[in-house]
Design a protein around this ligand. Structure first.
Ligand code: SF4
Length: 111
């Protein structure tokens, strides 16, 4: 009788440890999957690489308003009688936004 109880308890312990081992392996797999999902998502640094460029299109009539508003980014070309971009830095500046907004021919663009 005692031998049966001991044998039965050993079997129970073995079964419990086997089930616990399977559960921990399953947890490892789920954590691996979640880490893989995290790594597969594009990170913000990669998004910021897509930087816009300041350009002046052919619609510029050479009125000089952008140059008067923002001399950090614009200069007037005497030869072409048009504005030209002289800097691609600080594209979020207040004066650049004002120049874009006030250009009468909508010739300034950030692309
Ligand atoms: S404000 Fe517009 S139209 Fe006038 S010079 Fe600048 S880009 Fe050209």
């Amino acid at each position: 009788m005692n031998k049966k109880k001991i044998l039965l308890s050993l079997l129970m312990m073995f079964a419990v440890s086997a089930i616990g081992g399977c559960a921990s392996k399953r947890n490892e797999k789920t954590t691996e999957k979640s880490e893989h999902k995290k790594n597969s998502q594009p990170d913000n640094a990669a998004k910021e690489v897509l930087v816009k460029r300041l350009i002046i299109t052919d619609g510029c009539i050479g009125c000089g308003l952008c140059f008067n508003i923002d001399r950090e980014h614009f200069a007037m070309s005497e030869y072409e009688q048009k504005a030209r971009v002289i800097s691609q830095a600080n594209l979020n500046s207040y004066f650049l936004q004002a120049a874009i907004k006030n250009c009468s021919s909508a010739a300034i663009a950030l692309r």
